[in-house]
Ligand binder design. Structure first.
Ligand code: N01
Length: 852
């Protein structure tokens, strides 16, 4: 093969391109590495502004693939400065003879896929055409500075500097009047240094940022000690962590401790001077605005403690965006700089820039002359470098066109219509939300291993399927939806570049989860990919993750506990276990009033708990039956869900117990359910309810009791019901539905547990009785309007679906929510799983709608 016809072209010789070259060479592939800069280092080659440093500790921001490097290179500081990181890159490149494989000062102008030859043609700025089988964009996430978008920017005749393209010879600001525009990481790092030299500095701030002091010094001793004790274990932990740095995972809500205690805990984390520490003190900072505000206020207090002028301190205090939804910064003397007499802060919200002139900046009602303007205005992040090159895939479609509405991709690595194109740390991968070194190594390894697999298997091309790509988009969105990220206009959301689609560009599901998914794709014979070679085609289509990410965490956590299955316990032990588990959960929202009482059941008194909204009554009343497979649970066991429904729907919930099996078998629960319903109907006014405004609801076995009660009321001339809400109900004990096998295990409620419930509740002969299996009732017409919620990963899914369909066929108005990615229990886990919020809101809407 000639130099112009190779297996792989790699664009970029930063840390990604360098390691990729090493792996490709070791694996025996021919390759070219093209680099626009004059040296290795990527981001650390270009970002030479004063104060540029890495925010991740040097114990973690370094390669792990060459163990010798740890002995041969030692870092001078906890947060290495740009020159040292560049020297490290050069050291590695020399050690591994990487320079010889890189063409410097070469840009790729365009790249075209030829579907006949199954090869890419790459045209470079030097006029060369390189043909290759595989094309890898190792171009970095923050490599294309954002174009200055301020009127008059091209008129200014003084010095113009962009942090991301800093002159190699440096800039001496001594004696100058300098304007700095932008207060992200680059601005916050450079402003104190510019202020050290300049006569006058005016900082133009549009959005204040959260920043913590770096407390730079030697690398953190506790990390050094852990690395020395067991380097492999440390790296393994980093690879399975959330952000690519080993940190203790928080278990506590920021709202579960008094403010003072929370601030004491945050203070300890703040003192460490590590980027990820503050965000990992509490487990709900990223998902709950009130919890987030505990951290935000702690940081605002820190600003007030440093900045002497209260008005300036307030301007420097972020209030609009939640902590972490823009990249938090680390600084050295940033806030202190605003105490200097020659440094001024201009708030662009009250004094916008009108125009830049030949000699300075006109803002608010002022005109100010400057010798230099520094743009610290950020990057066209994640996709700028990738679509900046004209990449044309199958059928002449460009990547820019395909990504017009969002960067559709599979695993952040590949994209439909562009065979054999790979991206390193692309959109849809953890990338910028992680320690880049860990993510880079993982991507390089995955890509190289894939190329080796293809070569071994005789495949020439690899391309994701549309189904896999769409499922990945959904999974990324599911992960983003449970966080606060989408509330903020940030570069993570593409909001800093006009016209960019608004999506969360990086994958927020975590480095460890992402790695497991990528590994699974390979282990499952390239799930979601089409591979083709001479006379061969392999398609293994399918979505790689459908379960909601927070639900998956709970399911994984429960599996890791290794608890005995409930069906191996006696009913007494199962009840004790269920009560103990319930005691640990959040209690749910406040309601106006809670009243406990007793009502007559079919076989004796039944306990009930009434939840009343805070709003003035009388309210509609919903009689609710708890879950627990007719064997365990009580009138208080679904307390958080009842509170949530009461407060969201503004209705009274009366949660009633019923007799349990095996002591009281079929039809005890059904009879008690109906008895309770009639008693509440008869006493509705005394309970503070509006007469005639009655509905029934239940979850799981309680959904069965509710459905049966509704049928009995219809058939026995009982109370008129305005509606029934059935959450993952048991509707059919007579036969196996497909979901019993599909979701037989691994999703909390198992097929064998369901059998155990049925065995305790009803003899096989009784299970076809509509009082046990409401789906089997001869006539389903005349039942009240119904909402049914079924969950994708629930053994009971299909019988719930079947009931919804049968009711609709019988003319009953039915609202059917198929809760995607949920398991039998997840929607009841109030204040634990954010993905349950939407379904619960819909359930409450349905309840309120029954009475509208
Ligand atoms: O860029 P940014 P950055 N008029 O986009 C403002 C990584 N990094 O280069 O927020 C006025 O964060 C803009 O205002 P607003 C790190 O991941 C890492 O600082 O859009 N202002 C914002 O204040 C980081 O997040 C390290 O309202 C304008 C600023 O410019 C990422 O790179 C060091 C404006 C841009 O902030 C990017 O950081 C440096 C306008 N027209 C960077 N346009 C370390 O590891 C934009 N702004 C240490």
């Amino acid at each position: 093969m000639s130099k112009s016809d190779v297996d792989v072209v790699v664009v970029g010789a930063g840390f990604s391109g360098m390691y990729l070259q090493k792996r490709l060479r070791d694996a025996g592939f021919s390759y070219r590495v093209l680099e626009a800069g004059g040296d290795v280092g990527g981001t650390w080659y270009w970002n030479r502004y004063p104060g540029a440093r890495c925010d991740i500790s040097t114990t973690d921001y370094q390669y792990t693939w060459d163990p010798e490097l740890h002995e041969q290179w030692s870092w001078s500081e906890k947060h290495a400065a740009q020159p040292e990181i560049l020297r490290y890159a050069q050291f590695v490149a020399n050690k591994h003879d990487l320079y010889s494989g890189i063409d410097f000062d070469v840009r790729v102008n365009d790249a075209h896929w030829n579907d006949d030859t199954k090869r890419w043609s790459i045209h470079t700025s030097t006029g060369e055409t390189i043909v290759c089988r595989h094309y890898v964009m190792a171009t970095g996430c923050l490599s294309v500075p954002k174009e200055p978008d301020i009127p008059g920017a091209d008129r200014f005749r003084g010095g113009v500097y962009v942090t991301g393209r800093w002159p190699h010879e440096g800039v001496d600001f001594t004696g100058m009047k300098v304007a700095v525009i932008g207060t992200g990481s680059s601005g916050i790092q450079s402003i104190p240094h510019i202020a050290d030299q300049a006569n006058e500095v005016v900082v133009f701030q549009r959005t204040p940022n959260y920043s913590i002091p770096a407390f730079n010094g030697p690398p953190p001793q506790y990390r050094v000690d852990r690395l020395k004790a067991d380097r492999a274990a440390y790296h393994a932990e980093a690879r399975q962590s959330t952000s690519g740095v080993p940190v203790n995972l928080p278990t506590m809500s920021a709202l579960s401790v008094p403010r003072e205690t929370a601030h004491e805990m945050l203070e300890k984390a703040w003192q460490k001077g590590e980027l990820l520490e503050l965000g990992t003190v509490f487990n709900d900072v990223g998902i709950n605005r009130a919890a987030n505000d505990v951290v935000a206020e702690f940081l605002r207090e820190k600003v007030r403690a440093v900045v002497k002028d209260p008005a300036t301190a307030e301007l420097l205090s972020p209030r609009k965006h939640p902590y972490g939804t823009k990249r938090p910064c680390m600084d050295t003397n940033y806030f202190e700089t605003f105490n200097l007499a020659h440094v001024r802060l201009v708030d662009l919200n009250s004094s916008p820039i009108r125009t830049i002139t030949e000699t300075g900046i006109d803002f608010g009602d002022e005109s100010h002359d400057f010798d230099a303007i520094v743009y610290a205005t950020g990057f066209d992040a994640m996709t700028g470098a990738i679509v900046g090159v004209d990449i044309t895939g199958k059928d002449g479609v460009t990547l820019k066109k395909k990504w017009e509405h969002g960067p559709q991709n599979y695993l952040g690595l590949t994209t439909v219509g562009f065979p054999n194109l790979f991206m390193i740390t692309g959109p849809g991968s953890p990338s910028v939300l992680s320690n880049m070194m860990v993510s880079i190594e993982q991507h390089v390894d995955w890509i190289t291993d894939t190329l080796v697999d293809m070569r071994d298997g005789g495949f020439d091309t690899i391309e994701p399927t549309p189904l896999a790509e769409e499922a990945w988009r959904r999974h990324c969105t599911d992960c983003a939806d449970i966080t606060l990220f989408q509330e903020t206009d940030s570069w993570y959301m593409g909001a800093n570049v006009p016209g960019k689609p608004r999506v969360l560009f990086p994958y927020i599901g975590g480095v460890g989860r992402y790695r497991r998914i990528c590994d699974e794709v390979r282990a499952r014979d390239y799930l979601g990919f089409v591979l083709e070679g001479a006379g061969k085609r392999q398609v293994n289509d399918g979505p790689v993750r459908e379960i909601q990410p927070d639900v998956e965490m709970v399911v994984d956590m429960m599996a890791s506990l290794g608890l005995p299955p409930i069906e191996s316990m006696s009913p007494t032990d199962a009840r004790a276990f269920s009560e103990a588990s319930s005691a640990m959960r959040p209690r749910g929202p406040e309601v106006g009033e809670i009243v406990d009482g007793v009502l007559p059941g079919a076989g004796g008194d039944l306990n009930y708990r009434l939840y009343r909204p805070a709003s003035p009554g009388p309210h509609p009343v919903v009689v609710y039956f708890h879950g627990g497979g007719w064997v365990f649970g009580s009138h208080v066991s679904d307390d958080p869900l009842c509170r949530a429904l009461c407060s969201l729907a503004d209705v009274v919930i009366v949660s009633v117990d019923y007799r349990h099996a095996p002591e009281s078998r079929f039809p005890a629960a059904a009879d008690d359910g109906y008895a309770a319903l009639t008693w509440v109907a008869d006493n509705i006014a005394a309970l503070g309810g509006a007469p005639g405004q009655l509905a029934v609801a239940g979850w799981s076995a309680g959904g069965n009791v509710a459905a049966v009660a509704a049928q009995t009321a219809r058939d026995s001339g009982g109370p008129t019901l305005r509606g029934q809400l059935l959450l993952t109900p048991v509707t059919d004990g007579s036969r196996q539905h497909r979901s019993h096998d599909e979701n037989a295990s691994g999703y909390v409620l198992t097929k064998s547990l369901m059998e155990w419930f049925w065995n305790h509740y009803a003899d096989p002969a009784d299970r076809t009785n509509p009082k046990a299996s409401p789906l089997l009732a001869a006539d389903l017409s005349g039942l009240p309007p119904t909402m049914i919620v079924t969950c994708q990963f629930d053994p009971l899914r299909d019988e719930g679906d079947a009931y919804a369909e049968a009711l609709a066929a019988a003319g009953v108005p039915v609202r059917h929510l198929r809760a995607r990615g949920h398991v039998h229990t997840s929607i009841t886990m109030v204040d634990m799983l954010p993905s349950g919020v939407g379904p619960r809101r819909q359930m409450a809407e349905a309840l309120a709608g029954f009475f509208a």
